[in-house]
Write a protein that binds this ligand. Sequence first.
Ligand code: GLA
Length: 661
Amino acid sequence: MTSENRPTLHDATRGRVLFGGDYNPEQWPEETWHEDVRLMRDASVTSVTLGVFSWAKLEPTPGAREFGWLDRLMDLMHDNGIGVVLATPTSSPPPWLGRLHPDTLPRTEDGRTEWWGGRQHFSHSSATYRRYAAAITEDLAARYGTHPALTLWHINNEYCTYDYGDEAAAAFRRWLRDRYGTLDALNTAWGTAFWSQGYDTWDGVLPPRTPHYLSNPTQVLDFRRFTSDMLLECYTAERDIVARHTPHIPVTTNFMPLFFGVDAWRWAEEEDVVSVDLYPDPRDPLGPQHGALVQDLTRSQARGPWMLMEQAAGAVDWRGVNHPKPRGMNRLWSLQAVARGADAVCYFQWRQSRQGAEKFHSGMVGHAGERGRTYQETRQLGADLARIGPEAAGGGVRADIAVLHDWHAWWAGSQPGRLSDRVDHPVVLHAWHRALWEADLTTDFAHPEHDLSGYRLVVVPQLYLLTDAAIDNLLAYVRGGGTLVSGFLTGVADEDDRVRTGGMDARLRELFGIRTLHEWWPLEQGETVACDGFAGTLWSEEIEADEDTADETIPYKGGELDGLPAVLRAGRAWYVSTLPEPDALRALLARIAAGAGVRPVLDGLPADVEAVRRGELLFLLHHGCEPVTVEVPGTHTDLLTGATVTGTLTLGRYGAAVLRP
Ligand code: GLA
């Protein structure tokens, strides 16, 4: 965050990998707390998160304070050597707040009120909400700031609530005045000449409430920026309170994975510890790749070790059909997080609830209790993490490749009124990351305006919107000797979502060797376009190469685009105008990476085995069910088993090894 002297995740972990989860003891009688602590110790739990949804318990009536139960829990945890991540309870206000102060309740775009009875029913712009949230935060910080169990502050939970109500509208206008200064500037940026939308007074400007037909896209884009900023203000207001009381205790708030609603690059700058909640689908063969993507992104936001704040020990309850994790998967995916830089492996939640909306969501202790497989696997994982933690924690993950991602490009590029609603930013991002993941190439993520000079290869799956500064950055990167590869629909719009002249920024066209971008040709579901040696999916483009600068092209074959470049290269800059099928994209990126001097983590890995280096450790993770043999040059010790590994290693179903040379 702001000051260099702020504490870090290391201050909470003290060189271990933390293990534990959200603990909601208010759902249980006090006898159960003692049973919980016995099991926590048995399972090597080192950390619990308290208070995430405790507002009504802490403040049962306006202004009241009920801290006795939390005092006892903080002491109980400390007496048992378990650290506490203490949450501010502000993501779920008590019913009295909404009843007495309806202005704290958010409104949807069509004017519906989001009532209490669920959670996250607060308006980020409500002065009343903010006042009550600050007061409870202040009192929590004052009471527990010196408690020896306190290791980390957890502000709110998964900030995500939109608000289109009147107080939010006033805040939106203030935000717009700061951004644009004058109405003229706003009218220009929003292109209000289109459809007679010119504003004559600030009072006329609203959030993009449900229109008769298509909202102004720049208004929507700015509303997304505004919402992210307002939620961030809620976070920083609480952060500043706890930081004032406890300058030595780090502060975090937990992100949802690759969540659309908040600009996590911007938010990460305001956190001492970057944390994320991650729930890959156990039935999805690409679940581990989704995990790897979120982990790489979170590590990059943290610029170092990060915290897996929540995952599921078994099933979640919010997919249509919810499957448990098969035996071994929970351990494997947890080790994957550590491999990719996590210094904490935590869960939602410790003990599975018996009541409430999430009673069928797994916990580290499931309904089957101590004898259940889920708890037994929790125990094994706790022991594994205790073993490898001191060697793994704090270690860096080195990547020579950066994948660029930007929320503003995502927001601008996912509105209606486009040529194809099948082009979904996360789908494209996953496809490109998958190609690199399957090629055993370790990747960071970066923002398009970050310093990229430390990377040999920069990959842009798709950045529909690029600021002038970002374009300067990409050009400087290539000029400085870097290799750049970009996917389609990149550099189309400026930061006001105005289409750049020629359909793609002129300097980028020149960089990639494109003379003219004639037309975009989106593809239907299941439709492919033949290219020389592979098939393209999702999208294609009618591009004319600049013969003076283009060095290499892979053409479309047949059809309307016959002979035109599907892929083209000018010097070290590559442009891919379709989404090649997975094998083809993998082969292409592996070739480009090799040309840029980037090597896979290990050569000749079996298909289901993922390899990651963290510090001096080599993690091998087997995502398949049939035993495989992996060639590992040299002699290593497997920290999980203590065995010496020389030359080869066999991994069984969902097996893992953590090798130290
Ligand atoms: C998120 C929330 C938790 C819980 C889980 C369920 O991570 O933070 O409170 O709802 O989802 O998967």
